[in-house]
Design a protein around this ligand. Structure first.
Ligand SMILES: C[S@@+](CC[C@H](N)C(=O)[O-])C[C@H]1O[C@@H](n2cnc3c(N)ncnc32)[C@H](O)[C@@H]1O
Length: 389
C-alpha cells in the first residue's frame, strides 16, 4: 500500500500523468473509469469519466492540486489501475485479500505532461477507451483503449466515417430495427464501428450485415461478433451481386471497395433500395484505360493530371448516376487528403425525386459518358444484369 501511495504521489506532484484507467470495479453499477489531465480556461484539472454498466457515463473535473487525494480515494473501489505518465506506465493490482502489487515501468525522470487544451481537443464519437472491447479485438488498440501507432489512421478514418453517418442519422427511420449492410466489408472495422455507434451510442436495435468474397475474413468477423455477443450481426461470404437481405436496407455503407467494386456497391445499394448510401471509393483505374476525349487531351497528356482528372470524373459520374435513380447526392471529404488520397465520400439519400428530374440527370450522364468516350462499369452491370443493350 505504501509503495502505491509513493508512486501516485510522485506522479501527481510532478504533473506527469497522461492517463489513468480504473478497472475491475468493486461497485456493481460501475464498469470502469478513466481520467486525464486537461486544460480548462488555462487551469490543469483531472477529468474523470465514469462508465456505468447501463451504458451511461458521468464526467467530473478535479483541480490538479486535489487530484492525488481524489485518486487515492478511488483506489478503494477498483482492483486494477493502469497509469500512463510522461516517463512510462505502471500498473497497480489488488487481490481479493486486499494486498497490492505494483508493476512500475517508469524509466527516467517524471516531467509535467502537456495536456491537450480542452477547448480544442478532438473528441471522437467512438472513444477508444469506451469502445476498447471491440476495437482491441480488431487490433486497433489494447484492452485499455490505447490506440496502436500503426492503427491511428484507421481509427481516425472509421471515426470520421461515423461522424458523417451521425450527420445523416436523422434521415434513417426514427423507430424500429435498422437494417444496415456493409458491402465489401473486408476485416469489418467499419461494420463493427457503425454497429457500435447505432447500438451503444444511439440505443437502436440493428440488423447488420457484412459481406465479402474472402472466406477467411468472414470467418474472423463471425467469430469476433460471437465473442463480443453483438447480436443481430451477420457476416456473409459471397458476391454482393447475389446478396439478398431479409428487408430493404435503411443504410448501405462501404469503405474503399477497390476500383470498379465501388460501382458494384452502388449498383447493389440501388437494387436493394437503400434509403441512405455512404460509400468511400478506393483506387480508380477503369477510366484511365478508357478516356478518349480530344478536348481534354491538354490535361490527359500529363499522366499525373490524367489520374486526378479520371478520379474526379469517375466519382462525379457515379453521383450523377445515383441522381438518375432518385437520390440526392453529395461528394464530401472523408479525411484529410494528407492522410490518404482516397478521401472522397459519396453520400446519397433517397429523395424519390420526380421522374423528369431523374431523366434529366440520366441524359446529362449519357451525354458526359459519350463526350468522354468511356463506358462506366455501373452501366456495364446494368446492361449485363438487366439485359439492356
Ligand atoms: C480494399 S478492401 C476494403 C475492405 C474494408 N471495407 C476496409 O475498408 O477495410 C475491398 C474488399 O472488397 C471485396 N470485394 C471485391 N469485390 C467484391 C464482390 N463482388 N463481392 C464481395 N466482396 C467484394 C474484397 O474481397 C476486399 O475484401
Amino acid at each position: 500500500m505504501e509503495k502505491m501511495h509513493q508512486l501516485l504521489e510522485s506522479i501527481f506532484t510532478s504533473g506527469a500523468l497522461e492517463k489513468i484507467v480504473f478497472s475491475k470495479s468493486a461497485i456493481k453499477e460501475i464498469k470502469r473509469a478513466h481520467g486525464r489531465i486537461i486544460l480548462i480556461k488555462g487551469l490543469r484539472v483531472l477529468q474523470i469519466e465514469t462508465l456505468f454498466t447501463d451504458g451511461k457515463a458521468r464526467h467530473h473535473n478535479v483541480p490538479e492540486e486535489q487530484a492525488l487525494r481524489h485518486v487515492l480515494e478511488m483506489t478503494d473501489n477498483y482492483k486494477q489501475i493502469n497509469i500512463y505518465t510522461t516517463a512510462g506506465e505502471c500498473e497497480i493490482k489488488k487481490n481479493n485479500g486486499g494486498s497490492v502489487h505494483v508493476i512500475n515501468r517508469i524509466k527516467g525522470a517524471l516531467v509535467a505532461s502537456d495536456p491537450a487544451n480542452n477547448d480544442h481537443q478532438k473528441k471522437y464519437l467512438i472513444d477508444a477507451t469506451d469502445a476498447a472491447p471491440f476495437l482491441s479485438k480488431l487490433g486497433v488498440c489494447d484492452e485499455n483503449g490505447n490506440v496502436f501507432d500503426k492503427k491511428r489512421s484507421k481509427f481516425r478514418q472509421i471515426n470520421r466515417f461515423v461522424e458523417l453517418l451521425d450527420d445523416v442519422y436523422g434521415k434513417l427511420p426514427a423507430e424500429g430495427e435498422l437494417c444496415v449492410c456493409d458491402l465489401c466489408c473486408g476485416k469489418s472495422y467499419l461494420t463493427f464501428a457503425v454497429y457500435y455507434y447505432l447500438t451503444a451510442l444511439k440505443g437502436r436495435q440493428v440488423k447488420m450485415y457484412g459481406m465479402d468474397l474472402k472466406s477467411d475474413v468472414i470467418a474472423f468477423c463471425k467469430q469476433t461478433a460471437k465473442d463480443l455477443q453483438f447480436e443481430g450481426m451477420e457476416f456473409v461470404c459471397g458476391d454482393i451481386h447475389e446478396f439478398e437481405p431479409e428487408k430493404a436496407p435503411d443504410l448501405v455503407i462501404s469503405l474503399h471497395a477497390c476500383d470498379i467494386a465501388t460501382d458494384m456497391v452502388l449498383y447493389n445499394a440501388v437494387r436493394l433500395k437503400a434509403k441512405v448510401i455512404l460509400s468511400t471509393p478506393c483506387c480508380h483505374h477503369e477510366m484511365m484505360n478508357q478516356l478518349c476525349c480530344p478536348p481534354l487531351s491538354f490535361v490527359s497528356k500529363h499522366s499525373i493530371l490524367k489520374q486526378k482528372l479520371c478520379d474526379s470524373l469517375t466519382d462525379a459520374l457515379r453521383c450523377l448516376r445515383l441522381e438518375a435513380e432518385g437520390y440526392k447526392v453529395s461528394a464530401i471529404e472523408l479525411i484529410d487528403p494528407e492522410e490518404t488520397p482516397k478521401n472522397v465520400m459519396i453520400r446519397a439519400i433517397f429523395a424519390d425525386t420526380p421522374p423528369q428530374k431523374r431523366a434529366k440527370a440520366y441524359e446529362e450522364y449519357k451525354q458526359t459518358v459519350e463526350f468522354l468516350g468511356v463506358s462506366p462499369y455501373y452501366e456495364q452491370i446494368v446492361r449485363k444484369r438487366e439485359g439492356l443493350k
